[in-house]
Design a protein around this ligand. Sequence first.
Ligand SMILES: Nc1ncnc2c1ncn2[C@@H]1O[C@H](COP(=O)(O)OP(=O)(O)O)[C@@H](O)[C@H]1O
Ligand SMILES: [Mg+2]
Length: 282
Amino acid sequence: MSHSAVAVAPEREVLALRGVSKRFGAVQALTDVDFHVGAGEVVALVGDNGAGKSTLVKVMSGVYQPDGGTISFDGRDVTIDGPAAAQDLGIATVFQDLALCDNLDVVANLFLGREIRRGGFVDEVAMETEAWRLLRSLSAKIPSVRIAIAGLSGGQRQTVAIARSLVGAPKVVMLDEPTAALGVAQTAEVLNLVERLREQGLGVILISHNMADVQQVSDRIVVLRLGRNAAEFRTAETSTADLVAAITGASDNAVTRRAERRATETETAEPATVGLHKGDPA
Ligand SMILES: Nc1ncnc2c1ncn2[C@@H]1O[C@H](COP(=O)(O)OP(=O)(O)O)[C@@H](O)[C@H]1O
Ligand SMILES: [Mg+2]
């Protein structure tokens, strides 16, 4: 099954990992994984529990050091030796727990540890102005930036966490299960935010268990299974059944192999594999 296809033109590729491996003691969490995201592209990262999604995200966010493989950012080989290094490069992560402070207001959360200062003092006015600018850039529905996080809905909290990731003007934003805790309407709002990020030219990496979300908002889908690249799809050309098969490994079983063989025998045109086959540069 092919996972080496390049779906974005090289000049648009922002973050690329090649042959990345990561072991925890006896557990080989990632084996020879390739992954990349381009500017203005939403790539979904999917896979069953234990597939290695979180480990891959933590490698890209500098939490873990890979045992092998290379990482390039904007065409240069880089080492992401900590979360600060990721942030300096322009890789922002919205972790699943959001890590917001419930008792602090929206402005304080957005600039926690990165306060805008002027003459040694925290510049509340400048931060409030910037908070509104960031939220407007996301077309976000937040009633006030002086409201405590505790008073916001789940979708609004996700919005604040995403807005916070934009402080420092990153080029890549990773979202770990952003809709996992949300209802239907709030999920739609968060998917709108993902589209705003893409419109701003950011590379977006979306980790999700929800195939409907992934299919609605991503351009490309990368499937991990047991720590390896299992398949890669262009979202527009992919059915839910294709995805589920790749995630579970069902595409490797005797029944589907037989069906594929029969299909190619009768049609002899398109290969019936689920991998991404890409000829033209995007
Ligand atoms: N810190 C760790 N120590 C030991 N094993 C780990 C650690 N993190 C992840 N693993 C193991 O690595 C594999 C991949 O896990 P993970 O990246 O969390 O997968 P996913 O996010 O796709 O569910 C699993 O077998 C998991 O148990
Ligand atoms: Mg995980």
